[in-house]
Design a protein around this ligand. Structure first.
Ligand SMILES: *Cc1c(COP(=O)(O)O)cnc(C)c1O
Length: 395
């Protein structure tokens, strides 16, 4: 059994705070601070440029990728780190499109995160493709024989609705298309199995449930059957077969390493590597079971004590990721009042109160405190105060 009391102790959780926003930014693993300090002191300071070889900075994107692979049902050597998720969406989508010459339709859904849709829209304009966006429930029926790439985010960032990755991938393959999955709200949150689902490409960020820190680098996975055929559009020197030959022409590296672009963010990767230590010994089935236990307890508590809010997530835990959202017409002000009372979730326009349950550090005590605090704020109408209505730049 996974020891979740031990994983909770691995994080710095500020006193008096109940943190239910790990789906936006995971808290700091205690070990990350020392690890980064050591990297600065022993590696950057003393080794200078030789750190690329001596400290292994050059191979870090692949080594860290191997650690993420276990958490998403991928094999060693199939995942590489770097850049932001938006860039990795571009890199994967462009490569997938190029593997389906003669087809030009990208299908996605309106529950996808806007950045993914913006990137797809820009790419479609550049290469003469067409982006079709349908409602999440209509995706399956919209998979047709003209489809090149099905591009979906497995877990909806607002509702927590989880797509059936294996079934939709099979349907896409049946239509002759490829499937690209964004795991931003899945990796570290649910029991992802890319190999079992037979997906083609996957991408994700590491600052949400993987706790790598603000701006932590993204990951990209290519199924081994495509790894040596995929042609990246962003042909950076770090994805070249021999970067230090400085050839004038591009020749892709073997496997997923061709998806690298430029110099990796070594300091950020070092913090992420420390964050991944917490996952050693965590079983994904235990993770999933605990996530369901927490989110079910939260829904039951809120529905019993907060008549003013409406569930905005699937009721069936099998169709949910690890987050739950509720709607309230004054959602923004309610969330500000909650945060002021020490319960941190977040708000998503237009009226969504969003709560992430991260099994590594959230427990039933967090659920109880969140339910009680929300109930009190709604009962006393604490949110109905001018100061809770001022909008900040980041919600
Ligand atoms: C969080 C998130 C992003 C953010 O992309 P960045 O490039 O890291 O800012 C993109 N897509 C999805 C689905 C997300 O959930």
């Amino acid at each position: 059994m996974t020891d979740f009391a031990a994983t909770r102790r691995a994080f710095h959780l500020p006193k008096g705070v109940t943190y239910l926003d790990g789906n936006s930014l995971g808290p700091m693993p205690v070990a990350a601070r020392d690890r980064v300090a050591r990297m600065m002191g022993d590696e950057w300071s003393e080794m200078l440029i030789t750190g690329w070889n001596k400290a292994g900075w050059y191979v870090q994107p692949r080594k860290v990728g191997d650690r993420i692979a276990r958490l998403i049902g991928a094999g060693a050597g199939e995942v590489v780190m770097g850049d932001t998720l938006s860039i990795k969406v571009f890199q994967a989508l462009s490569a997938a499109l190029a593997l389906r010459p003669g087809r030009r339709v990208i299908l996605s859904d309106s529950g996808n995160f806007p950045s993914d849709l913006y990137v797809a829209e820009g790419l479609a304009r550049a290469v003469g493709a067409e982006l079709r966006v349908v409602a999440p429930e209509e995706v399956e029926a919209a998979i047709a024989d003209d489809l090149a790439v099905l591009m979906l985010t497995e877990v909806d960032y607002r509702t927590g609705r989880r797509h059936d990755m294996a079934a939709l991938t099979a349907k896409a393959h049946g239509a002759g298309a490829l499937a690209l999955w964004d795991l931003a709200h899945s990796a570290g949150a649910v029991d992802v199995d890319l190999t079992g689902a037979d997906a083609d490409f996957a991408v994700g960020c590491t600052y949400k449930y993987l706790n790598g820190g603000p701006g932590a680098p993204a990951f990209i996975w290519t199924h081994p059957r495509h790894a040596d055929a995929a042609q990246p559009i962003l042909q950076g020197w770090m994805g070249h077969d021999a970067p230090f030959a400085f050839d004038l022409g591009y020749r892709p590296a073997a496997g997923v390493e061709r998806m690298r672009v430029g110099t990796p963010p070594v300091i950020a990767l070092t913090a992420l590597d420390a964050a991944l230590d917490v996952w050693d010994g965590v079983s994904l089935s235990d993770l999933r079971a605990r996530s369901i236990e927490l989110s079910e307890a939260f829904i039951a508590g809120v529905e019993a004590q907060c008549p003013d809010v409406a569930l905005n997530s699937p009721r069936d835990p099998g169709r949910r990721g690890s987050q739950v959202s509720f709607r309230h017409p004054q959602g923004y002000a309610v969330m500000q009042a909650l945060i002021a009372a020490g319960v941190i979730g977040d708000f998503r326009a237009p009226d969504v109160l969003r709560f992430g349950f991260a099994p590594l550090y959230n427990d039933l005590g967090d659920v109880d405190r969140a339910v009680e605090t929300l109930a009190r704020i709604l009962r006393d109408e604490t949110w109905n105060d001018e100061k809770f209505h001022q909008k900040a730049a980041v919600t």
